[in-house]
Design a protein around this ligand. Structure first.
Ligand SMILES: [Zn+2]
Length: 155
């Protein structure tokens, strides 16, 4: 009971690596809330901000499976290593989208898109338009990678 455990002690008050939405990187966090054995809310020990737990990309911990059951919002938290930077940006965009009450438009290569616009791709999922490349291309940031997609195409 009285012994102390090192990092990644999965309990309220324990510490865990998580993606910080403010630092936009994986930092050490203190767990403040758990649901069904999965981490729900954390406080970043670097910037002190409290937010929902975002699992670091590429981690394969036992806790991951539990976290994924917390809600459908968390189901796509796994990501290949190297995409951590994109992932953190993507998470921030997603939080901002939710805060603004926006919903993504289904991706259609005939549509015209604007920078910053959220869209839902049938294969890659939720993405945010990073840059429009006239006349008919755009860079879209998906969960772990940025892809160039067609837009504004004729029938
Ligand atoms: Zn932080």
């Amino acid at each position: 009971m009285a012994y102390t455990r090192p990092l990644n002690d999965i309990r309220v008050g324990g510490e865990i690596d998580a993606v910080c939405t403010r630092c936009r990187m994986v930092t050490n966090h203190r767990i403040v809330a758990m649901v069904d054995g999965g981490v729900k809310r954390v406080i970043c020990l670097t910037c002190d901000s409290q937010h929902n737990y975002h699992q670091p990309p590429g981690e394969k911990k036992v806790v991951a499976a539990k976290v994924m059951r917390v809600g459908k919002e968390m189901k796509k938290t796994s990501a290949p290593a190297g995409g951590a930077r994109v992932f953190a940006h993507w998470m921030t965009n997603k939080d901002e989208m939710n805060a603004a009450g926006l919903t993504p438009t289904p991706y259609n290569f005939r549509e015209q898109y604007k920078s910053g616009q959220p869209l839902e791709h049938p294969k890659f999922g939720l993405g945010f338009v990073q840059k429009v490349i006239p006349p008919n291309k755009m860079e879209v940031m998906f969960e772990t990678e940025i892809k160039t997609l067609a837009m504004n195409m004729p029938d």
